[in-house]
Design a protein. Structure first.
Length: 203
């Protein structure tokens, strides 16, 4: 019975997500209401709020859980592991954590990117989330690399996040497949890491 309830929750959440993204694409983000999303998914509006705190949260799935994944990988730094290798493992851990729902989320990334550029409210939310998480990641790096100062740690995180995000975005805009986008992210990290040797974060 527990498994049935869980599968039903996943199906409902997926239906809401698909309905929301379809309506955002057809009508525009600002013009789409929560009531319309719920109706398209054949549920009551209150059901929407059981899965998402707000309309914009549909486009920022799993932000907290992904931050936890990153922090856990950093906290588990291997003995003697260089900073660049650790940041590479952070990315691979995020990729491995993709579940069925996350694959749908990933498939929606091109639309999310387009909306982030065109919708001021979403752009502000995306920047806010990025600004919130980066100092916490930098602090976590300082914990596992005692010789790394906070400013340098912040620069490392900024170069990592920026390279990953923009490289992936460019691959999406060029019509790349999911695998192309992932590989672009890896390439972005490699480029960022090549400039990290001067930070003094040695094993």
């Amino acid at each position: 019975m527990e498994g049935h309830r869980e599968r039903k929750k996943i199906r409902t959440r997926r239906a809401l997500l698909e309905a929301a993204v379809r309506l955002f694409d057809e009508r525009g983000y600002e013009q789409t209401t929560v009531a319309e999303i719920a109706a398209a998914a054949d549920v009551a509006p209150r059901t929407f709020f059981a899965y998402f705190a707000s309309k914009e949260d549909v486009l920022f799935l799993h932000a907290e859980s992904r931050e936890r994944v990153m922090l856990d990988v950093i906290a588990g730094r291997r003995p003697g592991e260089p900073l660049g290798d650790l940041l590479g493992r952070v990315f691979e851990a995020l990729v491995r954590g993709i579940s069925e729902d996350d694959e749908l989320d990933f498939a929606l990334s091109p639309l999310r990117a387009r909306l982030l550029f065109t919708e001021p409210a979403l752009r502000a939310r995306g920047l806010s989330l990025m600004l919130e998480v980066q100092p916490r990641l930098a602090a976590a790096l300082c914990e596992v690399y005692p010789g790394l100062d906070p400013v340098s740690a912040g620069a490392a995180v900024g170069s990592y996040m920026g390279a990953l995000a923009v490289a992936g975005l460019v691959a999406q805009q060029q019509g790349g497949s999911d695998e192309d986008v992932l590989n672009a992210g890896r390439r972005g990290i490699e480029i960022a890491v090549n400039g990290l040797s001067s930070l003094g974060a040695t094993p």
